[in-house]
Design a protein around this ligand. Structure first.
Ligand code: SF4
Length: 280
């Protein structure tokens, strides 16, 4: 039987969200719906169980959570990185010359946010604005990320830590090369180890492929659409994959799928955005 057709405008007003959350969801251009129950704890994280409806973006086919094998932890090109504290890590990134991307950067972009956050956002690499300011996710893509976070009752300053796989801007925003990812990966791993987030949200194909290397066979051959829609386990920690905000600016039709991914992440974390202050 076909699911009922629901006018997204009607759906938007049917939820018990506050004005700010409604505004942010509207800013995302997202059909609004809510998971049936946000009761799972991270330890009980499960694949999407989101009931279908016309206004509900359909997650990719769910599968059993994928456990991480012992080899999931990224190789450490420089073992010393694994011993750095925050200040030393930031300094190491800002002075790093381990790959050719250092030559064209104005600023390396280590990351920003709450260093003890439950949520960690991992993107791909700095763009033009990020390179100028030395901060991740600024400019239009950053504004959309902020809207996504606000829809979840979160702010980048208080509730999440944001980092990229690659810390220096690739020229002309080209895709990072495997050797560059391999060189830069230990910095991200150290950030994860320091933050100890309860969940990682991987935004974009490179972030997903980097974090799921060793967890998903042939992950480098899979498009993002094949990776989203389930909760992975990497070093015992849930990882959820979704689209990068820069991609969503070009393909707004996929904002609904992104909202489904965010709901999946909230579900995995047992996080209720209607009472965020009680759980963050
Ligand atoms: S991209 Fe990473 S590995 Fe390359 S120079 Fe920048 S910080 Fe170093």
């Amino acid at each position: 039987m076909n699911p009922p057709t629901v006018d997204p405008t009607t759906a938007l007003h049917s939820l018990q969200l506050d004005e700010r959350q409604r505004a942010m969801l509207a800013a995302m251009g997202t059909p609004v719906w809510w998971p049936e129950a946000i009761t799972e704890t991270a330890a009980e994280a499960k694949p999407a169980t989101l009931a279908p409806a016309t206004v509900r973006p359909a997650p990719a086919p769910a599968a059993a959570p994928v456990p991480a094998p012992a080899t999931a932890t990224a190789p450490t090109a420089n073992p010393a990185i694994g011993d750095l504290d925050w200040d030393a890590l930031t300094e190491a990134i800002q002075s790093c010359q381990a790959c050719g991307l250092c030559q064209g950067r104005q600023n390396a972009v280590p990351g920003m946010g709450n260093r003890s956050a439950r949520w960690m956002i991992v993107g791909e690499a700095p763009g033009e604005q990020e390179d100028k300011q030395g901060l991740p996710f600024v400019g239009p893509a950053g504004q959309l990320l902020d809207a996504m976070l606000a829809a979840m009752g979160l702010t980048r300053e208080a509730d999440v830590y944001i980092a990229n796989v690659i810390k220096c801007r690739p020229p002309h925003n080209r895709n990072p090369e495997p050797a560059e990812v391999a060189q830069c990966r230990p910095y991200l791993q150290r950030q994860i180890d320091l933050v100890q987030p309860d969940l990682i949200l991987a935004l974009g194909r490179f972030a997903a492929q980097t974090l799921l290397a060793g967890v998903v066979p042939d992950v480098d051959k899979l498009p993002l659409g094949k990776l989203r829609g389930q909760v992975y386990r990497v070093d015992g920690r849930p990882v959820v994959v979704s689209y990068h905000p820069a991609y969503l600016l070009r393909s707004p039709a996929d904002k609904g799928k992104t909202w489904a991914d965010l709901c999946l992440a909230m579900d995995a974390l047992g996080y209720n955005p209607l009472t965020p202050s009680a759980e963050t």
